[in-house]
Design a protein around this ligand. Structure first.
Ligand SMILES: [Zn+2]
Ligand SMILES: [Zn+2]
Length: 145
């Protein structure tokens, strides 16, 4: 995926962009910073501390989000958001209570617009979160033993 021409290209934005598109699952800013620190540790690159990366990652994600290039979703059980390229559409996740593994839902439960009509007809809905939690296959396997 080419870096978008709509925003100014910087080294850290470029790296965040690449990490988001190389990943087949959405990532938290912390996970992106972790990968960025690993990528940047190539000999030719200046090695940055993870903490430095985290603030660069947040700034890059902010810039992408303003241009609607990434989507931000919220996880039910913690304050961290997860990010995915906007080109992949919008997603919801089920979270394993035990290991926090994320599994994508087959479809948005609000795909039918009527599900989002409120009793107060003046209310304007601009977004939604879906909370789904349970136990993943691995954790269920461990519990049964
Ligand atoms: Zn699990
Ligand atoms: Zn949805």
């Amino acid at each position: 995926m080419e870096f978008p021409s709509s925003i100014r290209k910087t080294k850290s934005r470029e790296i965040v962009w690449k990490i988001l598109h190389d990943s087949d699952a959405p990532l938290t800013a912390r996970e992106i910073a972790q990968r960025a620190a690993e990528l940047a540790s190539a000999p030719s690159e200046e090695k940055k501390e993870k903490a430095v990366w985290l603030s660069s990652v947040y700034r890059a994600l902010d810039a992408f989000e303003k241009e609607h290039l990434v989507t931000k979703s919220f996880l039910a059980d913690n304050a961290e958001s997860i990010y995915a390229p906007a080109s992949t559409g919008h997603h919801h996740y089920a979270i394993c209570i035990n290991c926090k593994k994320r599994t994508e839902l087959e479809a948005c439960p609000f795909a039918d617009e009527h599900a989002l009509h409120t009793k107060d007809s003046d209310f304007m809905v601009v977004g939604h979160k879906v909370e789904v939690f349970g136990y993943c296959k691995d954790c269920r396997g461990k519990m049964e033993r």
